[in-house]
Write a protein that binds this ligand. Structure first.
Ligand SMILES: C[S@@+](CC[C@H](N)C(=O)[O-])C[C@H]1O[C@@H](n2cnc3c(N)ncnc32)[C@H](O)[C@@H]1O
Length: 271
């Protein structure tokens, strides 16, 4: 077991840190997006879902609570999957979702799913088109892709991109709405809603960060104020950085249908 020090907290990769503090690293729109997906894709107890890049399990866990659906969810980060399993035990012990570690590019299964949840995670894959193709191979004919991708409404200044990269280790989405939608062009848009993002106040961010860090300190039995403060500081830094991008970003809530005898063509206009 790794000795937890301030240096360790500060040097972990962003994704490891998220798993370590068991951050409910949610998709754009959080519960709001899940509720729309449920209604507009008719997600119910007969649905079999697959969540890719599930982090600490938020979308699949909460959709299973909302709808009674069953299924699977994976992430490449071992720490995040461990947290997802703990979250299921603690917050949703009756749901039937299996969490496991997997690299999306290597995912193999003979099962076919009715819904594949990708949220905003495709852009965290170095080859998003390839990952989407793998998803379609595991989708039932007539099944749905549930996505909530970010796009930008106006260019993000280079200085902010550099600052973001320092905090997250990756660059944020820089594609326009039309560029993002290109990726989904073979799928039928059953439901779509475009949303703006509102910046959170410092008080709102502090409430969220305090709650999350109080929870992890309890879960991990960390009593050192120095360590808890270091985790709080890093999480606040992450959230403030995300906040700065909000005026430039929007996101779509998408329910996309895959029909074998239509894909990859389009017989309806986009209006
Ligand atoms: C920001 S989170 C996604 C959060 C949320 N599920 C959403 O929809 O926005 C991105 C996740 O992608 C995971 N990830 C990145 N590459 C991956 C891969 N090749 N296979 C599986 N998961 C991957 C990371 O570990 C991280 O947990």
């Amino acid at each position: 077991m790794q000795n937890i020090t301030v240096e360790y907290i500060e040097s972990m990769s962003y994704t490891d840190f998220v798993g370590f503090i068991n951050q409910w690293n949610v998709l754009p729109g959080a519960f709001n997006t899940l509720s729309k997906w449920k209604v507009f894709s008719n997600l119910n107890e007969d649905s079999k879902i697959l969540e890719i890049a599930c982090t600490t399990g938020f979308s699949s866990r909460e959709l299973a609570i909302l709808s009674g659906c069953t299924g699977k969810a994976f992430d490449i980060s071992k720490r995040s999957v461990e947290a997802a399993i703990e979250n299921k035990k603690k917050y949703a012990p009756n749901i039937k979702i299996d969490y496991f570690v997997e690299d999306g590019y290597k995912f193999k299964s003979n099962e076919r799913f009715t819904h594949i949840i990708i949220g905003a995670s495709l852009k965290f894959f170095s080859r998003p088109e390839e990952m989407l193709k793998i998803c379609l191979e595991h989708l039932e004919d007539g099944g749905f892709i549930l996505a909530s991708p970010f796009y930008i409404k106006s260019p993000i200044p280079e200085s902010l991109i550099a600052e973001f990269k320092k905090v997250f280790g990756i660059t944020p989405t820089r594609e326009s709405y039309k560029d993002i939608m290109k990726m989904y062009k073979g799928l039928e848009v059953i439901y779509e809603e475009r949303n703006d993002l509102i910046e959170e106040t410092k008080e709102e961010l502090e409430h969220y960060c305090h709650s999350t860090i109080k929870k992890v300190c309890k879960e991990r039995k960390i009593n050192s104020k120095e360590l808890c403060d270091a985790m709080f500081k890093r999480l606040m830094n992450i959230k403030m950085m995300s906040n700065k991008l909000r005026p430039y970003q929007g996101y779509s809530v998408l329910v996309l249908r895959y029909r074998k005898n239509i894909y990859p063509d389009r017989y309806v206009e986009l209006f």
